[in-house]
Design a protein around this ligand. Structure first.
Ligand code: ADE
Length: 267
């Protein structure tokens, strides 16, 4: 006999950090960022330095920038350039690997996944908007078998931050993740089923690992392109990338400024 299907509460993550952890001031933050262009404004803002001796396995291109900022131990982890093609290692495979390796090595109190995303104008997104994702899920893992379908979607919640959201002028919405920049009709249907307003290539993969290792995660996504508009996505993405990474850098700096001196329970 097969086990009963899980209900939604079993599928979505619950961080079982103890109340002691919840009340202790946050001291170590890992920020996962897929592209160097997205990372550099923050490396600058937090005055971080690149590690000379890597924490990570020999031969991996993974880069850590680290330093202390407003009493916080901050590491930005960038998966680096792909050894074969020389471009940034974007997407879910690299994102999950570096998230796992960084948590193992640094034992952070909190992970922030920051990056760019496509936005749906039908749901109110505009280029330059910065979103905090309330939930993350996959849109390209279609497994039409009962319960495996839910596993494929891989829904996870971001860390609850009601006070931070009240204080900062950021939008809130659901994020859908897949390994393609473009959007085929099948993906669009799944993204709409996920009720997402923004679409990226890493968030749900980071969410899978942070949930697995019980580390709270905040997802900060800045909109470079409108996926239900009339401009070709890759063109709009490349045209807006550098301006939007400045907006992303400002928003992540505000989030980190807010976190400084606070516990998880105060966010
Ligand atoms: N990152 C920036 N724009 C994106 C899009 N349209 N899809 C996936 N990831 C993105």
């Amino acid at each position: 006999m097969s086990p009963p299907p899980p209900n939604e509460d079993d599928v979505i993550n619950h961080h079982d950090s103890s109340s002691v952890d919840q009340k202790r001031p946050i001291s170590t933050i890992v920020i996962i960022i897929a592209m160097q262009t997205e990372a550099l404004p923050l490396v600058d803002s937090f005055q971080l330095t690149e590690d000379v001796n890597s924490l990570f396995p020999k031969g991996t291109p993974w880069v850590r920038y680290h330093g202390t900022y407003k009493g916080l131990n901050i590491s930005i982890i960038w998966p680096g350039k792909d050894a074969v093609t020389g471009v940034d290692s974007v997407g879910t495979v690299s994102a999950s690997l570096v998230t796992y390796a960084a948590i193992q090595a640094l034992q952070p109190d909190l992970v922030i996944n920051a990056g760019t995303a496509g936005g749906f104008k039908a749901k109110g997104a505009c280029t330059g908007d910065v979103y905090i994702a309330s939930e993350v899920a996959f849109h390209d893992r279609r497994i039409p078998i009962p319960v495996f379908d839910l596993y494929g979607v891989g829904l996870r919640r971001g860390c609850s931050t009601p006070n931070l959201l009240k204080e900062l002028d950021l939008k809130v919405g659901k994020l859908s993740t897949g390994d393609s920049l473009d959007m085929i009709p099948h993906d669009e249907a799944s993204i709409l089923a996920n009720d997402a307003v923004v679409k990226d290539m890493e968030g749900a993969a980071v969410g899978y690992v942070t949930d697995l290792l019980k580390v709270p995660a905040i997802f900060v996504k800045a909109v470079t392109d409108i996926v239900d508009g009339d401009k070709p996505t890759s063109e709009e993405f490349l045209n807006n990338l550098s301006a939007v990474t400045v907006a992303l850098g400002k928003a992540v700096t505000q989030v980190v400024d807010y976190i400084s001196g606070k516990s998880l329970a105060e966010l």
